[in-house]
Design a protein around this ligand. Structure first.
Ligand SMILES: [Zn+2]
Length: 466
């Protein structure tokens, strides 16, 4: 265990190192670092299963007693996890968990006879007298004992605990040589219902005793407690966590952009016919999606927006129309951006434009709003993480503007000219992030035109609130 933790720590260090290097694309654009791994989007499924069963009856007959015991157990524990995203930023889409455990055990012991004690007055006499005058008190059949145990465990359905989805984690590291390490852990809260009865029959006294053990699950809002009486023990317990987890074997390699494998995590072999046997296995398959077309489409769209915001004619037109000039201005910009985009090289090609509601900067105190919401929206749509970073760079530029030119920033909510110029500065920041990312990760893309368009926008005679 310690060794594997050490190994993981080692991988994390390597991985952090790799990320650090990937994040400095300008330096590495010409020659890729030996730690370079293309940040592809993975989409896939993991299944982990633990199946067990036992079914046997045993009989034992001797002169003095007969005993019969039987066990019937079945366990079916399975989780199917679907997810997508970049290796270190997986988004879990769905987790389907099944968990049912049934266990029944009975045992019966019947003694053939019992030697009952002599009546108390017999004890007043000596042994010789006793043997002569009191016949031995033997009872047939003798004492008996009957035990019965039932345990049923299922998934806890209460709303007061985290769902299996919230309790699932996947970690994947892919190395430059195609080797990968995958680990998954999925936990679930389960209920326990256990009832055990133990009946004893004493023939000499002609009486018996029954002991009962009753354990059952209660909600988290109730207190765990155990009541102990003379013949019963009863416990209320909180839901218990059951987990399914695995780590891929050493030297697992991806092939043709597919990560696929299966393994036996553990096995419980029966020692005799019907004894408990268990198989604990995992299988996984993910396919890689190239993020380049998506990022390219998004840089094309952002370039179109930056060019539309930079259009002084639109600012003037919106101002001259009266009414809500900001609304008019935004509509004009959107329209022009769409026209530019549709006539450009990104339109019509494969890939998705990120249409999520992005972040925004709150003018009164210059803070970025909706960061996590935006990140989650991208993850849900399996879009590349760089879109978040680009959008964050855009917003950070606004924060800068808001702090340095606070009066204008507030005015910019209503004034198309200020707003347009500030947006140009912010879009350029985001576009540059996407540009360097494309340059580093997408060798097949010719970015000469993108570079030229960035230069042209920068050369425009507008104040960019630097
Ligand atoms: Zn903006």
């Amino acid at each position: 265990m310690n060794q594997s933790i050490q190994k993981i720590t080692g991988y994390i260090c390597l991985f952090v190192g790799a990320i650090f290097l990937i994040n400095t694309p300008v330096v590495l654009a010409q020659k890729k670092s030996p730690y370079y791994v293309k940040p592809v989007i993975w989409k896939g499924m993991i299944t982990i299963k633990r199946m067990g069963s036992a079914d046997y009856t045993r009989e034992k007959n001797t002169k003095s007693k007969k005993s019969v015991s039987s066990v019937k157990t079945s366990l079916s524990d399975e989780v199917v996890i679907t997810f997508c995203g970049e290796a270190e930023k997986f988004f879990i889409k769905d987790v389907t968990r099944i968990y049912v455990y049934n266990h029944k055990k009975t045992s019966n012991v019947q003694h053939s006879l019992a030697h009952c004690p002599l009546p108390p007055e017999a004890m007043k006499h000596n042994i010789l007298y006793r043997t002569k005058n009191y016949p031995p008190s033997v009872r047939k059949p003798g004492n008996s004992r009957e035990m019965d145990e039932t345990i049923i465990k299922t998934i806890y359905g209460g709303k007061d605990c985290a769902s299996p989805k919230e309790m699932t984690n996947i970690i994947l590291y892919v190395f430059p040589d195609g080797r990968y390490v995958l680990s998954a852990n999925s936990e679930v809260y389960t209920t326990t219902n256990q009832l055990t009865t133990d009946k004893e029959k004493h023939v000499c006294k002609n009486d018996g005793k029954t002991h009962t053990l009753d354990i059952h699950t209660c909600g988290f809002d109730e207190k765990e407690e155990t009541k102990v009486g003379e013949e019963f023990i009863s416990s209320k317990i909180h839901p218990r966590i059951v987990s399914l987890a695995f780590m891929s074997p050493e030297n697992s390699y991806m092939e043709n952009n597919v990560i696929k494998g299966s393994m036996k995590i553990s096995e419980n072999k029966p020692k005799f016919d019907g004894d408990y046997k268990e198989n604990y296995t995992a299988s996984w398959e993910f396919n890689a999606k190239d993020p380049c077309p998506i990022v390219y489409k998004n840089i094309m769209y952002d370039l179109a927006l930056a060019e539309a915001f930079a259009d002084i004619e639109l600012m003037e037109l919106a101002n001259s129309m009266g009414g809500d000039s900001m609304k008019v201005y935004k509509d004009l910009v959107d329209q022009k951006a769409n026209d530019i985009y549709k006539s450009g090289p990104g339109a019509g090609s494969e890939g998705d434009i990120d249409s999520s509601a992005r972040m925004s900067t709150y003018p009164p105190d210059c803070v970025i709003l909706h960061k996590d919401e935006y990140k989650n929206q991208l993850a849900k749509k399996c879009l590349p993480y760089i879109l978040y970073k680009a959008s964050l760079a855009h917003e950070e530029k606004h924060v800068d503007q808001c702090q340095k030119y606070h009066k204008e920033f507030l005015q910019g909510r209503k004034d198309p000219e200020i707003r347009g110029m500030m947006e140009v500065g912010a879009y350029l920041k985001g576009i540059k992030k996407l540009f360097y990312w494309l340059k580093e990760n997408c060798d097949d893309y010719d970015l000469a035109d993108v570079k030229l368009r960035i230069k042209n926008i920068e050369a425009l005679p507008i104040k960019q609130y630097e």
